[in-house]
Design a binder for this molecule. Structure first.
Ligand code: ADP
Length: 161
């Protein structure tokens, strides 16, 4: 049986840190569903359609094993819809741990089939987050090594407005 997992997140925008986690997951799982959450309360810079498109363009070589599906509402409901109960999350600093621990425990309480697998960040990306990328880019800093070229282009365009 094929092993599948869901990698949920905001991906606003997708960074090399996310891409690294997803590619390493593909060594463990046969298929990966990358799932940007709509999450309008977080006031994302990019719309859900833009984020789906940015993620898809980052995984064109993996199109047979990676699919990008956005979701709204509870992750457990999305997991049920997809019939995939393994969740992948990345861990950077210790500060990620507390929130992720709470989230994974809550997901399990909501549905006992939910299992969360944590991937440690690669050391070259442990400082990297979408919010920092947006902050640096908005101040005119160079973020070209943190995001793929197509995302860099869109960031520049968006922040010029
Ligand atoms: P969320 O708002 O759900 O935290 P993010 O897009 O910020 O969404 O992150 C999605 C997941 O990817 C989280 O588990 C986060 O810890 C992980 N992640 C983000 N950036 C990195 C990175 N540089 N290295 C490893 N994991 C990361």
């Amino acid at each position: 049986m094929k092993k599948s997992a869901i990698y949920p997140g905001s991906f606003d925008p997708i960074t090399q840190g996310h891409i690294d986690i997803a590619k390493r997951c593909l060594k463990i799982f046969d298929n990966l569903i990358i799932a940007p959450g709509k999450n309008d309360e977080k006031k994302p810079l990019f719309s859900i359609e833009e984020r789906v498109d940015q993620i898809q363009k980052s995984f064109t070589q993996y199109s047979e094993r990676v699919c990008v599906v956005s979701f709204e509402g509870l992750l457990v409901n999305f997991a049920k819809e997809q019939n995939v109960f393994t969740i992948v999350r990345g861990l950077r600093a210790v500060s990620d741990f507390e929130y992720e621990f709470q989230l994974s425990t809550m997901n399990k309480k909501l549905d006992h089939r939910m299992e969360t697998v944590f991937m440690m960040t690669s050391d070259k990306f442990n400082y990297l987050s979408s919010s920092l990328v947006k902050e640096i880019a908005s101040q005119g800093g160079d973020v070209s090594c943190f995001v793929p070229p197509h995302v860099l282009k869109e960031l520049k365009k968006r922040l010029k407005k």
